[in-house]
Structure formats: structure tokens, C-alpha cells
Ligand binder design. Sequence first.
Ligand code: SF4
Ligand code: SF4
Length: 686
Amino acid sequence: MLVYRLTKGFLSKSSTIGMSLGLTPYRENYALLPPGTSLIMYIVLIPFALIFLYGLYIRFRIYGFNALLTLSKDFRSWFTQSLRYSILQRRIVRDIIAGIMHLTTSYGILVLFTGTLLVFIDSDFLEPFNQKLLHGTFYLIFEFILDIFGLFLIFGIILQLIRRHCGVKRLKPRLEYYIYLWGLLFIGVSGFLLESIRISVTQPPWSSYSFMGNMISEIIMNSGIPSEVLKNLYNVLWWSHAITAFGLIAALPYTNLRHTIVSFIYTGLTHSAPRLPQLAKTPFKLSEVDLSSTEEFKIGFRKISDLDWLQKMGLDACTDCGRCEAICPAYSSGTLLSPRNLVQKLMKTMWKHRLRLERDLIESKDLGYDEIYACTTCGGCVEQCPVVISPLEYIIESRRAFIIDGRMEKKAIETLNNLSRVENPYGLPKIERETLVKELRELGAKTVDEHPNPEYIYWIGCLATYDPRIRNVARKMVEILSRAGVDFAILGTLERCTGEPARRMGEEGLFQELALKNIETLKSINAKKLIVHCPHCYQIFKNEYRELGLEIEVIHHSVLLRNLMSQGKIKPKISVDTLITFHDSCYIARFNNIINEPRELLSSLKFKEMERRGKDTFCCGAGGGNYWSEVKRVKRESLQRLEEAMKINAEVIIVECPYCIAMLEDAVRVMGLEEKIKILDVSEVF
Ligand code: SF4
Ligand code: SF4
């Protein structure tokens, strides 16, 4: 037969098996290669494999081998979560081009790697026992699938190179990335060339199943290159293909390629980690702390050794994709913070100091105050990260360490002192609250003393209590609630700050002190349902007080107003000719998934969306305690957001958060746009 005539002198063990298989299609392993190639290949592979295994061992030694233990204990939830994020790549495919690029590349690599493993089993495990895996119909399908995924790989890599060359902003042009992208491209292309030379020389009757190789082989055959030259070329190409692949495998634990393994394990384990709406773990419970004990407990993150194994693994899972940076308001306003850089920096530090993870990152200035306190805790990075890392968690943990050191800027210290002294961040006396209560009572509100056991408690919040502009929201709400016949009462002078700014700044103890007092007050009046107009209060009551002992139904005013409107109890008063837009609050839309309700309120008005909306909203810049401290920025977040609204010619921006009102109105003043655009709370539409 032609196949045996042409390969005379290069017949391998599989050719002998091939003879016994007759015309049955089969894989001829090590075809066109001199005898003994497989042995030499294994010898060459050994150092690469050792480098790979050593790197992997070191990584897991850094995390602690608990990681693998946890994985095996809760395999089912690990698999479900990993399926969602690593296998189906749910977050990566949100961006269509990046999704196609990553899916084709990763599945190309995965299938080709599996194919190589099957060849390895076939040639080195089964053939010595005169058995064959890759033969018959299975082999034909195998060849066909490998060609398809080989194409996927080449397509994906070319797309990646184009995106990097064309300057997709968030992709860093690092030499390391180019080396392995070109390496992978070489593996894909040389794989097809090897296949086509093999087909040209051996011409198996089933070659059409390797459709790509077959097509290229026709060009080779028409070129008239002598088969001896082809065989030599094959030899050189085969070794370069193998060594490139070995090199990439060896480099895997030491380069960004490690994310292929680490993120696969990590994403599956993140179901037990704090993710939105939680920001970070509660480090202690004040109610359970034995204040007389001299035992120290650890709070905050200042050394890599302070991180738990999952947090350490999270650093290695980072793909350096920059999605977190692209959405980060702190980064876009020119502060020192980039969540990507932070995670990458910590990952590199962890590796560099792998033998002693005790380096003090605050003392060494690896973590800078201006960097860590620039975060608005908007949650954008957590929501965007394709491998479910939470840069926010590292930030909150390190803020706790800064607080312990007392390294705060002046305004932040003042705010914390105010909270501790008079239980509000302004530092204003109680009389201010009494004035507002008096005013609200005139509008129809009753205090819990006057009206015990109401259906709802309307929580006023600090901004509406002390800021004259935001007071209008409280007035409006009381007016609407009274008009609509809602059974409610206010706490009056029993109200105090929820402690949210303290918690965001990292002052956990102060936060819990205020929280426990509020919980006691709410329990003492048997409160079951809370109405809040502040997203920060909403988030705290709904998701953060629970752990400290308060289960309560919380309703954001945008939802309540939507309900009242659908019952026909209230109607918008704004002119239908005014072009309005809506600015989502991070804590309402992104943390708590309330996106449609406020829009339904505005459905009868002339409405246009801004580009960034819903879960992709852009923070006004006030969160994370930043409203209460001084943050060095180049261009404020609120100015950028206002420009976005101006781009669509909006005349009114409707917001659902008192901080957003304050920030955006300030931006309007700075830009001198008072005559052109107005900022209104949703309640002020009615
Ligand atoms: S939470 Fe928001 S501000 Fe903070 S790092 Fe993440 S994206 Fe940036
Ligand atoms: S933290 Fe997540 S989003 Fe940010 S660069 Fe790393 S992988 Fe990408």
C-alpha cells in the first residue's frame, strides 16, 4: 500500500499495528520520526516537567494545602460555581469580542491538550500491549474535532494579538504576554503543518477527516518538494513544536498563564467568600468580645500572611484583564488606585517574599494610604471580575490595618470623632435633629412615641437630617407617605447614624457600637419594616446588620414609590417635555439589583438612558466614606458623570441617593450649569 511504501524506513511500532488493522483508519504515532524519538522526548520533557511541578508546589505551599482539602470536601458547590465562571465563562462573554477571543483560545488549548494526552495514552500505554485507542470511527472524529479546535486556537490568538496591537486600553502590552501568545500561535500553526506534511508523505485514505491538514497537504504535494526534504522538515518542526509546548507548560506557574489552572480552582471556591452585597468578612462581633481578655485578635491586612488561603489564591487567579480598572471610578478620576494594579502588585509581592510572607506592606509603603482610601466601595470591580476576585475585600481589610495604626487624614479623623462623640458624621448637636422632627411632624409625620407599632418606620438618615438640601427629600417623603395613607412613624431623636461611614473607613469597632445601639432601638419598638431613601442605609440594614442580630424588611423609597404609583396613589408632576435621565446608585443597582423599579416610576416621562447604567453604573464618588474624607483626585467622578448626562442633552438627572444629589449638584455648580441641568431625587418627581 502507498502509505507503507512512502514511509519505508520510518515505520514505527504503530505502523506494524496499522498493518494488522488493515484498512481501518488509525493514528500512526511518531510517523516520519526516527525510532527512539519517544524516549528522547521523555528525557527532554523531564526538566520542563520538574520546573512546572516545582512552581505549582510553591504556589500551593503559599496558599496552604487546605485549598485542595476544601475543594474535595465541597466538590458539588465547587463544580457548580466553576462551571458558571470558568467553564461557561459567564462574565467574560458579557463583552462579545473578548468572549469569542477567550472561548476560542481556551477551548482550543483544552481540546488540543486533551488530544495530545490521548495520543500519549495511545502510543505509550496501549501500543506496547498491541492495543489501540485512536482507530476506527473514534479516530476519524478525533482528527476532525482536533482540526476544528486547532482553527479556534489560531483564530483566538490572532484576535488577541490584534486587540493588543490595536491598543485595547485595558490590555497591557507586556513582553511576557506577547511571548506566550506567539508561542501558542506557533503551536497551532506548526500543528497543522506537521499534520499536512504527514498526510503528504503517508497519504492515508482517511485524510479528508483532517480537513485542514489535508487542504495544506495538497499545496505541499503540488509544490513538488521531495519527500526526504519533507521528512527532515517534519523532524525539525516536530521538535520545535514539542519544545515550545514544554516551555509553555514549564512557564505556567511562573507567568500569567497560571490563571488557567488557578482561576479554575479558585472560581469554584468563591461561593464561601464575601462577594456583593457583602464587602468583606466581619472580623469580630463586638457583642461577643471579652473586653477583659488580654488575648489579641487579628484585624486587617498588612502582611500577606494575614490573608486566608482563598484570598492568597485570589491574587494568583488574576488574569490582568483590566476589567476592574476600566469600571473603577477611583482610577478614572486619577487617584493612585487601580484595582488591577493593586491585585497584581500583591500577587508579585506574595511571590517575591514567598519564603517569608511577613513583610509589612504598610510600613514598606507597598500599600499607600492615598491608594487604599481612594476606593469608593462601589463594587464595580467585584461585579466585573471574570474570575470573581474581590479587590474590594483586600481594600477593606487593609483599611482596617490603617485604622489600627491611626494613619488617617485629618477630615477622616474628624468624621470618626464626630461619629463617636455625637453619633453623626457632621458633628452637629441633637438640636438639629429636633428641628427637623418638628418640621416633619407639621407635614403629617408622627414619632414612634406618638404612634407605636406602625407598619413602617421611616428612617431619615444623617444627610436628610443635617443637610438643608437633602432635608427636602425627607419632607417630600413624609408628604407623599401621608398623602398616600401609608401607616408609618419616624424615630425622631432616637435615630442615630447607622455607622456606615465608619465601617467603610475600616473602623469596625465604632461601626458595631453604633449598629448595636440602633439594633437595640429598633428591637425595643418592635420595628418590622423600614423605609429608607438612602442606599447606604439600605445596604447596611438589609445586608450588614443581620450578622449582628437584626432581621428586618427594608424597602428603598424608589420601590415604595413605584408601588404607590402603580396603585394610582401618586403621579409624577414633572413636565413631559423635559428630557430626563436616571443615575443608578451603586448600592441599589449593583449591590441589591434594584434596577427596573425606579425606571418604572419614570416611564410616562421623556426619558433617555446614559451609557453606563444598571449594574454598570458609574459611582458619584461619595461612597466608601469618601464624602467624609479628603481624597486627592485629578477629575472628580461626579464631573465625569455630569458630562455623560450632558452628552445625551439631559435636562434633569433623577437620582435615588442623597449622596448622589450632593455630589452631582456640586458638579453642576463647578461646571456652571445651574441653568441647564437639575438634579432631583425620585421623590421630588411627585
Ligand atoms: S470598589 Fe469601586 S472604587 Fe473601589 S476599587 Fe473597586 S471599582 Fe474601584
Ligand atoms: S482582578 Fe479580576 S478584573 Fe481585575 S485584572 Fe484581575 S482578573 Fe481582571
